[in-house]
Design a protein around this ligand. Structure first.
Ligand code: ADP
Ligand code: MG
Ligand code: MG
Length: 892
């Protein structure tokens, strides 16, 4: 028979699966010899049984009896014993801490008899009745599910009758009266008396904790965080200690190091004469922990030595909860503490210096997300802003601009070169263009999965959402702040998407020191570098040494390529060529589309050739010695032609003036011909290459000529040609043969040796599923995970992100958009298949990924596991990918 109940002394920190985080750490502290009030943990397995059978497993009762007896013996009193009651707390604790689970119930074991015993033992009537009153209130709310207002209303009424406003002004008699009133509320709501049997109180609370595993908020959180639904929670039953027994008692929280800077030293808050959540509830002002040295030097000394012991033992920053009962210190909780991004790097670095962890471990303790946070521009530390209010930090960064209330105005003003902030109560798909043009987005409604938040994150745009204290009055075009300030349209504000703060006026923005370090502007060895830059440098160097995945960048021009290289890119994984067809060159594309004869077509292509050649030469030169993967033209041709409506109007107007707009009319005909219902699935990529003769060969010729030219200048260009949107090997075959012919021609023409790989993107499910065949014709695969996600899900990204992704996120269909983080189960499976079949057909085939997933931490770990050779992402994400690739390898 399984063992369902563990005394604290029987567990350890490695039993989180079974005992939950809180229980495992209470056990660990107990075994370290720290003063933890005794208790026991009922396992997560018990919870799983309970949820499956709606009943407790057989034998549990007897085990609980035994552990409770042991606890009673240790404490020298029985649960709820009338003359000297043992009281306990019942605390939930799953493997991962999770909002929505049942809150802790304190003071279990009090009833009409034992309340007198508690009063006698403590010598404090008021304390005893206050504790009893709190028990009925907490029990009624959390175990019996009675709305909190009933109790709050009764409480207010008693205060009103007495003519006081402060809880502390109520005396023993008042609390006694409240006990009666609260018991009445319980009876009324549940149809039975408040349970006076201490053991029944405990059992009901335990059951309620198990039941709360399926509370709606917990269910939603698990779905979003992808925490398995069947883990279950443990329950901890812990002897009560009292921080509210007078001024020689109190309760506090502390961190072993500063969770904001990582600085070592005492960091925490303490509140005298208080219990449970009083410290964080803000009912009275806490004092800094240093103050405890004066109030209770012995406890202070003991606490410091415990913190040091914990930190050495866990080899990390810990946070703790403690209580002092009449001069005696008790530890109630510890865990590895949360910390800011900067602190994560600094602490990992410090712990290596202190010999507590290895560099591999240090790298595993920082994340790419944290690094990305450190790379956003931010408001200068010493900048003084007038705070208007705060909202949710929905999408990081710092933005400054003029307040504008509608998308049209945003577009118009930003066209004139102004920085503007789009301010709305909430956004909807109609605001898309405005969001795209704005420097930042501010809303007064909606949470982190609201439309504004989701879309802004997708765009990488700074966003503060749900700033409810700001009244954004779109109709009257003004914002009113709680302080009374009124911001009119056109006034400048500054929003901080990392903290959620909104300031009046322009707050100066500075580049992050971490970016300046990557850009080579800060030397990590120099004195002025600072702890953070030194820590980042050390961990990045280790990650680089550890990683197997190479990291390239997506860059379309020499400037981006140069920047990517400074950021550590080892080549370009995706050089798009479409921008090379825009601007003045549109005329050439128009001519290409309109060409009536072969000669006209050749002429148009010959016009484009030298321009493309120069583009490529620049990119190859910037990446000299490193590979540059050039993707041949991907989007449908009509994207380079004038807008259908605009053109129709132009033709109609000309005709009404009696003119004969022959060119425009032909163009209009072409635009109409090329119009597609769904261009994403239409004539684009390799399909275009097959249907517009000479288009792809012109591009390949430009690539080959650029390479030949650089070679003859003694440089080391390393082009790779990539064919987009291949679904079947036949498509690739045709293009590859044509291209190989062109390369040979150019080589002869320039008298150099040219040999560069021609490969394909894998971005359609059919390509992934027939990768074995495709590999016979492809020197490399590059997974286009954006299109692969679109086609695997049947989503058109631009349409679905703006229309229903926020709803999907809110309903928990997925915790994160599959465009942000690779859908490992679905799209990942396609990649696995393609990797396996591709390698089987062509051992040593080079495998990479291009597309933003290459810079997403979780996705990078998948690509490492899948055995790819490299990832490619935007230049700014290159350091993130380097770090995560190192972490993936260091983890082994
Ligand atoms: P959470 O998971 O919300 O931190 P806890 O179980 O830690 O919940 O308990 C909530 C509060 O009650 C904390 O301040 C904790 O220190 C306090 N508490 C829990 N158990 C006891 C106990 N046995 N004696 C005194 N205080 C307790
Ligand atoms: Mg706690
Ligand atoms: Mg694509």
């Amino acid at each position: 028979m399984p063992k369902y109940v563990y005394e604290f002394a029987e567990g350890s920190k490695d039993l989180k699966d079974l005992l939950g985080g809180k229980g495992a750490n209470l056990a660990e502290m107990t075994n370290l010899g720290l003063p933890v009030p005794p208790g026991f943990t009922i396992t997560t397995e018990t919870c799983r049984y309970f949820l499956a059978h709606d009943a407790m497993p057989e034998g549990l009762d007897a085990e609980v009896d035994a552990k409770l007896s042991a606890l009673e013996r240790a404490m020298g009193k029985r649960l709820g014993q009338p003359d000297d009651p043992l009281l306990v707390s019942v605390r939930s604790g799953a493997k991962f801490s999770m909002p929505g689970m049942m809150e802790t119930v304190l003071n279990i074991g009090l009833n009409d008899d034992s309340v007198h015993g508690l009063a006698a033992q403590s010598g404090d009537e008021r304390f005893a009745w206050d504790s009893y009153r709190r028990l009925i209130q907490m029990f009624g709310k959390t175990v019996q599910g009675i709305g909190g207002e009933s109790f709050d209303d009764a409480f207010e009424e008693v205060k009103r009758q007495k003519g006081v406003t402060d809880d502390l002004q109520l005396d023993a008699a008042d609390h006694r009266k409240l006990v009666d009133l609260f018991k009445g509320i319980v009876a009324e709501h549940t149809g039975r008396e408040f349970p006076c049997d201490p053991r029944e109180q405990m059992d009901l609370a335990v059951r309620a904790v198990f039941g709360s595993w399926n509370a709606p908020r917990a269910v939603l959180y698990r779905r979003q965080e992808r925490i398995p639904v069947d883990l279950g929670t443990a329950v901890n039953v812990c002897a009560m200690v009292f921080g509210n027994m007078g001024m020689d008692s109190g309760t506090g929280v502390a961190f072993t190091r500063d969770p904001a800077s990582g600085r070592q030293g005492v960091y925490g808050d303490y509140l005298q004469n208080a219990q449970g959540e009083d410290v964080v509830a803000g009912i009275r002002n806490t004092v800094p922990l240093a103050e405890l040295e004066r109030l209770d030097p012995a406890s202070h000394r003991e606490l410091l030595s415990i913190m040091e012991k914990l930190e050495t033992h866990y080899r990390d920053l810990c946070d703790i909860e403690f209580t002092i009962e009449r001069g005696k210190l008790w530890m109630l909780q510890t865990r590895v503490g949360k910390r800011t991004a900067a602190a994560a790097f600094c602490i990992a670095d410090q712990l290596v210096d202190q010999g507590m962890i290895t560099l591999d471990e240090a790298v595993s303790r920082v994340t790419g997300d944290q690094l990305a946070q450190l790379m956003f521009p931010r408001f200068a530390d010493d900048a003084q802003g007038h705070l208007l209010g705060t909202g949710m930090n929905a999408s990081p960064g710092a933005a400054v601009g003029k307040v504008v209330f509608d998308s049209e105005t945003v577009v118009a003003r930003s066209r004139e070169g102004e920085d503007v902030i789009l301010c709305r109560r909430e956004t909807n798909p109609d605001d898309l263009e405005g969001m795209l043009s704005a420097a930042g987005i501010l809303t007064s409604r909606g949470g982190k999965t609201s439309h504004a938040a989701v879309v802004a994150r997708g765009m990488g745009k700074t966003c503060v959402c749900g700033a409810e204290e700001l009244d954004i009055d779109v109709k009257n075009r003004r914002i009113t702040a709680p302080g009374g300030e009124v911001v009119e349209e056109g006034d400048v504000i500054s929003i901080d998407g990392t903290s959620g703060c909104v300031y009046l006026g322009e707050v100066p923005v500075v580049a992050s020191p971490v970016v300046r370090y990557f850009e080579g502007e800060i030397d990590p060895a120099a004195g002025e570098a600072g702890d953070l830059v030194r820590a980042v440098d050390r961990l990045m160097r280790h990650a680089d040494a550890a990683r197997r995945l190479r990291v390239r960048a997506n860059a379309d021009n020499a400037q981006d390529a140069a920047r990517a290289r400074r950021m550590g890119a080892e080549g370009i994984g995706l050089c798009r060529t479409e921008h090379m067809f825009l601007g003045d060159r549109r005329r050439l594309v128009e001519r290409l589309v309109l060409a009536g004869t072969d000669a006209e077509q050749r002429e148009a292509l010959e016009g484009l050739l030298p321009l493309q050649r120069d583009d490529f030469a620049e990119a190859f030169a910037a990446m000299d010695g490193l590979p540059v993967t050039v993707r041949l033209l991907d989007p449908p041709l009509h994207e380079f032609l004038p807008d259908f409506t605009e053109l129709s109007v132009r033709v109609a107007l000309a005709e009404s003036r009696g003119e004969d707009p022959e060119d425009d009319r032909r163009l209009l005909k072409a635009v109409t011909r090329l119009h597609e219902q769904n261009p994403m699935m239409g004539l684009r990529g390799v399909r275009l290459g097959l249907l517009v003769p000479g288009l792809f060969t012109m591009q390949v010729r430009a690539i080959a000529q650029a390479a030949a030219q650089l070679l003859s200048e003694g440089r080391r260009p390393r082009p790779e040609v990539m064919i987009p949107l291949v679904a079947t090997v036949q498509e690739l075959e045709i293009i590859r043969e044509e291209s190989a012919g062109v390369v040979r021609e150019v080589a002869e023409e320039y008298g150099v040796e040219l040999d560069f790989p021609i490969g394909t993107m894998i971005e359609l499910p059919r390509a992934a599923l027939t990768a074995g065949q495709i590999a016979e014709s492809a020197a490399f695969f590059s997974f286009g995970t954006n299109d692969l996600t679109q086609t695997a899900w049947g989503f058109s990204r631009d349409d679905v992100e703006a229309s229903f992704f926020s709803a999907y996120l809110e309903k928990g269909v997925f915790g994160v958009s599959p465009f942000e983080s690779l859908d490992v189960e679905g799209v990942g499976r396609l990649i696995d298949i393609a990797v396996e079949e591709g390698r089987a057909a062509r051992p040593g085939i080079k495998l990479g990924v291009c597309g933003e997933h290459g810079g997403d931490p979780r996705s990078v770990h998948f690509f490492h596991r899948a055995g790819l050779d490299y990832v490619s992402c935007s230049p700014f994400r290159v350091p993130v990918a380097r770090l995560e690739a190192g972490r993936a390898a260091a983890r082994g």
